[in-house]
Write a protein that binds this ligand. Structure first.
Ligand code: MG
Length: 413
């Protein structure tokens, strides 16, 4: 078998590092021809050396300049660099483990060049699900396989059967660190509390999203576009130990589940080996030891972000991109961990409140082009920043006329 030539985007993140572990288990199957990262060039350098990578992309221009001093590899930068990397003729397979909205265009570009894509960047499907599906129809030699653990589970359970045979899909959610905390105590939650995820070790942004259940909300939207299932037939169930990765209920009454230890190496390798299954040295479940599996309904009143995601999903068009972009802006601010009385400080319960305000003010465009999506994304970030920077420290919006006016103006675009 010829080795698969891989471009790994987000090489220094949690998906990237798990991917490297998979490559190390199968040196006969993969060749890493390109790696991309944000700005952590010191972390990228040993990867370049170990895997003898010839093409590198760094998002941050000054980090790229620094890296060039330390490697013979060709160093690209920014979005142009990412787009060039995914379209290189020697690349067969793009593994997209980027965090956030920047992962969207590289996915589209890879598909338009007929590449196979392993997608861990859920923002791609959230922002541009329709565009991605259209691109896949235009480029039948391309293939998109989900790596998000829940979507990998659904993909494995579906085993190629069409959406018409599915009654519903059910995404499992750990419930995050605040599942058992009373809603009245949510006001005191700070960054450090929200970063204590019970089952998965992930980057900071997605860990906050797990604590608000926005991560599950984005996954609901992702599932809709990946599998063509209506929002009414996508359910979420809280499963604190993250052993069942998701369910598919078929119309004949059969409920399929995929189980495994929470380790991203498995969905990453499956996306690469599909439809084959290769050996993988990860922990095995011992069901007799586990003894019981627990499931609970989600509490949308405690975690309004989940409800907001269904709302945006049902609105369709640019609404999911708007919700996603506003969420990125709000979570970035929350991660700054400003002192509660500091200007622009936001608390945990402000996250859904601000996102709801942005959705309320948004003008949704149906069947958007990529430019429309990018424009909606930029508008939503600005709208979220405006709310955060004009709110009083007690969390209510300052009714200042100029702020109101500019919000309304932005919404008109
Ligand atoms: Mg997931």
């Amino acid at each position: 078998m010829r080795k698969k030539n891989i471009a790994l985007l987000g090489a220094t993140g949690s998906i990237g590092l798990a991917s490297l572990k998979v490559f190390r288990q199968h040196p006969d199957k993969f060749r890493l021809v390109g790696v991309a990262a944000g700005r952590q060039w010191e972390k990228l350098l040993p990867i370049i050396n170990e895997f003898k990578v010839e093409k590198v992309c760094i998002w941050d221009a000054s980090a790229a300049a620094e890296l060039r001093k330390h490697t013979q590899a060709r160093v690209l930068e920014g979005m142009e660099g990412l787009l060039e990397m995914v379209s290189l003729p020697e690349v067969d397979y793009v593994l997209n483990g980027l965090v956030g909205a920047i992962g969207c265009r590289p996915t589209l570009e890879a598909i338009s060049h007929g590449k196979h894509v392993g997608l861990a960047n859920k923002e791609t499907m959230v922002m541009a699900g329709e565009l991605i599906n259209a691109a896949l129809r235009r480029n039948p030699s391309s293939r998109l396989i989900p790596i998000d653990s829940e979507h990998s589970a659904i993909f494995q359970c579906l085993a190629g059967r069409p959406a018409s045979e599915v009654e519903h899909i059910e995404l499992t959610a750990s419930g995050g660190p605040f599942r058992e905390r009373p809603k009245a105590a949510f006001g005191a939650i700070r960054k450090a509390d929200a970063l204590k995820h019970p089952t998965w070790v992930m980057g900071e942004k997605i860990t906050i999203d797990s604590a608000t259940l926005m991560n599950k909300g984005l996954e609901v939207i992702e599932a809709h576009y990946l599998f063509g299932v209506d929002f009414a037939n996508i359910k979420v169930v809280i499963h604190p130990t993250s052993i069942v990765h998701s369910f598919v209920q078929f119309r004949d009454g059969s409920l399929m589940a995929q189980l495994g230890c929470p380790d991203m190496q498995l969905p990453i390798q499956y996306a690469l080996s599909y439809p084959e299954r290769w050996p993988l040295n990860v922990d095995r479940l011992d069901m007799a030891k586990i003894a019981k599996l627990e499931f609970f309904p989600p509490d949308i009143d405690k975690f309004p972000c989940l409800g907001l995601a269904y709302r945006a999903g049902n609105l369709g068009g640019t609404a999911p991109a708007i919700l996603n972009a506003a969420n990125e802006a709000v979570v970035a601010r929350f991660l700054e961990d400003r002192a509660p009385r500091e200007a622009g400080a936001i608390g945990f319960t402000d996250i859904p409140r601000i996102l709801a305000s942005v959705l309320d003010a948004a003008e949704i465009r149906q069947h958007p082009t990529l430019d429309h999506v990018i424009e909606a994304d930029a508008w939503a970030r600005k709208a979220a920043l405006r709310i955060m920077d004009t709110q009083a420290s007690d969390g209510t919006d300052v009714p200042a006329a100029p702020a109101r006016q500019s919000t309304a103006k932005a919404a008109e675009r």
